[in-house]
Design a protein around this ligand. Sequence first.
Ligand code: AHR
Length: 514
Amino acid sequence: MVRKYLSVLASMAMAAAAGAQTAEVVVNADQGRDVISRHIYGQFSEHLGRCIYDGLYVGEDSKIPNTKGVRNDVIDALRNIKIPNLRWPGGCFADEYHWMDGIGPKESRAKMVNTHWGGVVEDNSFGTHEFLDMCELLGTEPYICGNVGSGTVEEMSKWVEYMTMDGESPMANLRRSNGREKPWNVKFIAVGNENWGCGGNMFPDVYANHYRRYQTFCRDYGDNHLYKVAGGANVDDYNWTETLMRMIPARMMWGISLHYYVHPGGWDRKGSSTEFDDAEYAVSMKKAMRMDELVTRHSTIIDKYDPDKRVALVVDEWGAWYNSLPGTNPGFLYQQNTLRDALIAGVTLNIFHKHCDRVRMANLAQIVNVLQALILTEGEKMILTPTYHIFDMYKVHHDATMLPTEVRCGTYKAGSTTIDQMSVSSSVDADGVMHISMVNMDLDKDIEVRCSIRGRKATKIAGAQIVTSARINDYNSFDEPEVIDLKAFDGARLKDNVVTLRLPAKSVVTVAVK
Ligand code: AHR
């Protein structure tokens, strides 16, 4: 025993001498209970900047190869990461969107001004049919966000009828006259967005009343069962969550949402997406890890009213929000995506895994060309961001059983900010393969990781992948699209039920263990 302890101390001293740190991880392989819903890998698409137009949709007449107007390159990339659900049409845009403007012949669709996002003209050429057909192409569940702020109960109710009613009805017939015989499956529906702010500046009790009324008229037609989401809190507005939970019974809502963005320089200054120093990087990661505290505290309130955990916490907007790239329309929220964003994605998804008993859905903001996007486009060109590669690496966790995982690691300090060096999560899939995802947030030091698998016999390493790069502010550009890519990692070893690896500085690694 003493000898074993001394040998651990000796290996830690050797690692330190070699410029590396050490970390002890324990995966409790016999304690899996809760499933990591694949829906925490959801995405968000808003009529904002070049997310819909240019990003997803170019129209059927475009010379960019497309299917029903949706870019083929984007379809292929998104199918690869199996996006489980897609939120639309906003965001703030949703509470001024009138769905009837977006159906029927395109030439006669009403135009509107997108007042939230750059004041541009929205010609409504991408509407309900285009969105729901695109979801079918992508193999993803639609997540519709209805208009409470400037809409009516009747408008939302008819939208649900239009999309999901199979038999004879005024809205089903209208849908048929617009070319779609069968209804679509629509699973998720949000009753408004940010109704404490852009969605109407309401008090929580006022919104709770609205929610109860609007959701009443969002009907289930035929086999279609709606999962209704109440518009939840901004960041740490615990009073909002408390009020909604007190006033809305669990039988009226499948979920309650939460929005949280990482702004390294604060809401006013935000910070650059590519030019930041180590201190600003550390602040970004500290803010990303704050998601743990937010989810914990909102969940504690929800637990009080819903101890059986029927109501999901739906983090339907999250990600890093920096200054728009110089020279672009500031209202379009177009930013670059560096290795820092990959680390933010890894850390945040690890937090969602840890809380998967309550967090059963989440949506990265946003899917293409806006904020922490998976994909950037420029004319015919398309690039995958470092964040995309994390979603690719982490897809092994979709619907897998979370394995409680402990980590003991050192800290990283830059400027006046100190953060943990590591974030880890693990799961076991339906075939019994365990996946251990680790983020090394230290910009300078590798970590010698000893990861004990307890409660189950591990027989072999079944592969590993890594996302990293030479500098934390490296990114993929249209000229150099593969600076950061998902690569095989062959540094993991298994002996005596312990996985060992040297986890490179500023990297995300997932190891598969059988
Ligand atoms: O994602 C951009 C905006 O951020 C959304 O429209 C809004 O809901 C949030 O404030």
